[in-house]
Design a protein around this ligand. Structure first.
Ligand code: SF4
Ligand code: SF4
Ligand code: SF4
Length: 179
């Protein structure tokens, strides 16, 4: 699993338990959840990991009860162990575990595409290149990850990929007919 996503889940759970009696426990957890939410949804920015690392020890020291301290300790330790993985989300625009949906990309498999054009018709963002009997190709710069092409393709040629991406040609190529 993705450690940023896992921490986000823990922070959200804590938000339901917090009583609001201390600023660090209440606001601290809100800030942590907001930062992690951004990291997991492609809105993270450089310095987010350091922000979590600054916030966690302060929250651990200042929270009035064990609930806030345990959350802060969990965030501090996870950031120390998996900081690179968390930072990769905004530094390299990748979820190394391939778990965060926002970082998944759509691709068309050469081995399965028949060049029918159904995906091209379904794409409202003009992100698919192709013509009849050519293997279609998704332009990653235009793709908004809406998933319409995945639903439209009856051949199972459109796939959603996490950290490991399938090899695809840069532009449409003729479909190779099976003998
Ligand atoms: S740390 Fe404890 S006292 Fe503070 S807001 Fe959370 S639950 Fe309440
Ligand atoms: S990806 Fe699927 S829908 Fe698109 S052209 Fe190839 S076979 Fe047709
Ligand atoms: S995911 Fe949506 S935007 Fe991207 S290529 Fe498919 S239909 Fe087009």
């Amino acid at each position: 699993c993705c450690m940023a996503d896992e921490l986000l889940r823990i922070c959200r759970e804590y938000r339901h338990e917090t009583c609001g009696h201390c600023v660090f426990g209440h606001e601290g957890s809100y800030q942590m959840a907001t930062i992690l939410e951004d990291v997991c949804h492609k809105r993270g920015k450089s310095g987010d990991l350091e922000l979590l690392q600054d916030l966690a020890p302060m929250m651990e020291e200042q929270s009035l009860c064990e609930v806030g301290r345990v959350l802060a300790k969990t965030v501090r330790q996870t950031c120390a162990l998996f900081g690179d993985e968390i930072a990769a989300h905004y530094a390299r625009k990748v979820c190394p575990a391939g778990a965060c949906d926002a970082y998944k990309t759509f691709h068309i498999l050469v081995s399965k595409c028949t060049g029918c054009g159904d995906c091209l018709d379904a794409c409202e963002d003009g992100a698919i290149m192709g013509k009849a009997n050519f293997v279609h190709v998704i332009d990653q710069r235009k793709c908004t990850q809406c998933g319409r092409c995945l639903d439209a393709c009856g051949e199972g040629a459109v796939v959603k990929a996490g950290a490991k991406k399938p090899k695809t040609p840069p532009r449409p190529i003729p479909v190779r007919r099976k003998k």
